[in-house]
Design a protein around this ligand. Structure first.
Ligand code: CDT
Length: 337
């Protein structure tokens, strides 16, 4: 049944002045825990190596640059290398999110799928749905979300890929499926998103149409950013927090169900600098839309589950058999506007 032991590696507070090497050591510790538990695939959050810096306006470009990882391939960068070394020696595959400064100087909110089995990057995704604003809010008390200022929208599309050797003994299909008409066979078909992408059904369906069996998402989600959420209605802090958790769970469960795939979501959680709130709620969701494992804390925490990828077949061959039931002639508005 193509069984796989997977984990979301939630990371708690990371302060503005945190030492990157120490943050990487926290990730290493979770990867070691994963190894001791026999986990084969670990998902880390969005921009994991630093605090979620788009909440700040940087006047000094040199200061901003400290939060970016330099280069097209970051796996040998000195501060972060220990994580990739451990992934290789443990043969554990990883999803890792980080702020990317490309060789030609462009900025993206990026994640990579690093194969511990193969010792190389198998796939890269750059965040397409960048939330927030380009300009800071006038209100000095407001918490900014300057992703549109610091990053370009992702330019790599939503590209599903296969993970060879992740599950021993399955028929080999190569790294990249052109299209996936081979449901329930071969190397797992994976997809990656970053944070705000998970709220967009179009992103999920792009992967669903490629036969995706497991979607990985890292996120930084504040629950009290009133300027971002538009002051929709008067709310207590307690209500605002509950709603942010609710929407996270809602989109992970609903979209996993509607695309008949597993999902793993990993939070950068807790109170950065003791005050900037981020929800936890890292979770693993089944293709039938049920949360099967969930974080219990807002700290560093490994959330694990044993999943059977063939469980995706039920949805993919019945209610969500796209070839039989989709009505594309009625959907043109979705891409024309
Ligand atoms: N990092 C990120 O994308 N965060 C957004 C914040 C909310 S913007 C309304 C998110 O979708 O969780």
């Amino acid at each position: 049944p193509r069984m796989l032991k997977v984990a979301a590696a939630q990371i708690g507070a990371v302060n503005r002045d945190a030492d990157k090497k120490e943050t990487v050591q926290r990730m290493v510790k979770l990867l070691e825990e994963a190894r001791s538990k026999g986990v084969q695939l670990v998902v880390f959050p969005e921009t994991t190596f630093t605090t979620f810096f788009p909440r700040f306006l940087f006047e000094d470009p040199a200061e901003l640059e400290k939060y970016f990882e330099q280069g097209d391939d970051i796996t040998t960068n000195q501060d972060v290398k220990p994580l990739f070394d451990l992934s290789r020696s443990s043969k554990i595959d990883m999803y890792v999110g980080y702020a990317e400064r490309t060789d030609d100087g462009r900025g993206f909110n990026t994640c990579i799928y690093y194969s511990g089995q193969k010792g190389r990057i198998l796939s890269k995704y750059r965040k397409i749905h960048l939330p927030g604003t380009k300009e800071p809010f006038a209100d000095p008390e407001a918490i900014n979300q300057l992703e549109k200022r610091y990053f370009e929208p992702g330019n790599l599309g939503f590209k599903a890929f296969r993970a060879p050797d992740l599950i021993p003994g399955v028929a080999k299909k190569g790294d990249i499926p052109a299209e996936a008409k081979t449901i329930g066979q071969g190397d797992p078909i994976l997809g990656m998103m970053i944070c705000n992408d998970r709220r967009w059904p179009e992103a999920w369906r792009m992967y669903g149409l490629q036969g995706v069996e497991l979607i990985m998402v890292g996120y930084n989600t504040p629950w009290n950013a009133k300027h971002l959420f538009g002051f929709r209605k008067p709310m207590t802090d307690e209500q605002a927090e509950a709603e942010a958790y609710y929407h996270h769970k809602l989109v992970m469960e609903a979209n996993s169900y509607m695309n008949a795939c597993y999902s793993i979501s990993a939070a950068r959680a807790g109170y950065d600098d003791g005050k900037f709130d981020l929800i936890s709620g890292s979770a693993i969701v089944s293709p039938n839309g049920y949360t099967i494992a969930q974080a219990k804390t807002i700290e560093d925490e490994l959330v694990t589950a044993d999943i059977g990828l063939d469980d995706c077949r039920q949805g993919k061959e019945t209610t969500f058999d796209f070839d039989r039931h989709r009505r594309t002639e009625a959907y043109s508005l979705i891409t024309s506007q």
